[in-house]
Design a protein around this ligand. Sequence first.
Ligand code: ADP
Ligand code: MG
Ligand code: ZN
Length: 427
Amino acid sequence: MTTEIKVKQCLKKFGFEKFRSDIQEKAILSIINGKSDVFISFPTGAGKSLCYQFPAVYKEDGLSLVISPLLALIQDQVKALNDKHIVARTLNSTLSQQEKKIVLGDLMQRQPTTRLLYITPELAATQSFLSIIKKVHQRELINYLIIDEAHCVSQWGHDYRPDYLKLGTLHDELNNVPCIALTATASQQVIDDIYSSLHLKQPILEFKSSVIRPNLFYDVQFKELLDDPFIHKLSGIIYCRTRDTCSDLADKLTQTGQFGSVKAYHAGFTNEKRTQIQNEWMNGITSIICATISFGMGIDKADVRFVVHWDLSKSISGYYQESGRAGRDGKRSNCRMYHSARERDTQLFLINQEINDKRISDEQKTSMLNGFNALVQYCEEAKCRHLVICNYFGDMLIKPCETMCDVCTQRELVATSLQNLKKKKID
Ligand code: ADP
Ligand code: MG
Ligand code: ZN
């Protein structure tokens, strides 16, 4: 059978007719034809999962080990693969003894049926797991070591997870097994950390696409200039800085009766309550969720039509990631920031406090402040929003979007608002 036919057949197993983009195709074909370590950075919704799931399934036998940061994410992925009749399994602390036995038993088979084994970084670091996986590796059954959300290894990014640092050792143990690291957010600092901490070996195959999300409409509204803030009526997330604001806003919006069911979500609720609120929102029973940033990572709802920030994020990369939860399905979606001079000063105060409390390096302090100042500039400058974001991440060739941000579509209005905001501060 020719490679071309085999590739087509494998795509069919995932229910796809063709690759989503040239770069997705290029990455996948290079991985199946090579043995190098691989780094992939595509924006959210670009189809990174297929970039490792395809090679894992394409190999005739053996299995791939997938590290993913959250149990909820793992369960979603395993279920989605099982629905496609692809044998994916997970080992984690929530499994019963019986379930664990089945997975471990399969790994000890001469030819395991498991094609993808998903685990958390915590488990990957345990001695008991390492000794199991070493045995599987000795029998040359491990095809790829896959590290999803690889930016979790870096303290420069958000979502830093210390257990990710131990994955370099795992990579060393699995010598000669190609490692595939994937992420949606990668500034150069984060990329450097990923390469060094995961012990990726040169020559590393790199696949990077622009961070631009062309289906997202970005705008900024100025709280001080608004009487009655406008909010969309579809399924969405409203991020607030404090628990109280989450609850207040959810109450206010519910009272207007215009937005369907609106619920607050924050770390003050029990786990069960949080899971319930999240499920109701996933299923469309709740249309809007007012949440602190503890809500979001690992949530894979394709039709989020808007992400509103009622308060500023901590940095522009945080904002990019949080707002990027809108429009995974590629349909037009809105990302709105409600900016306020007062909130900016409060946030800056809090960041300074955090910087002084924590024992962090000067470099890191500077990085936190730069990330925040870049976000303030995003709000307080009349420059294409997409351009500002893309340039921040080092995409230099992007032109103004022309149609997908408030500055491009209503430059005069934005400029006037900015002037009014400045006047207001002096008053
Ligand atoms: P990422 O991890 O980059 O955020 P996902 O892997 O979750 O993105 O994919 C986003 C969406 O794109 C999913 O719904 C997935 O099924 C879909 N997708 C990925 N590749 C293809 C393809 N080749 N054809 C059609 N849909 C695809
Ligand atoms: Mg992903
Ligand atoms: Zn624009």
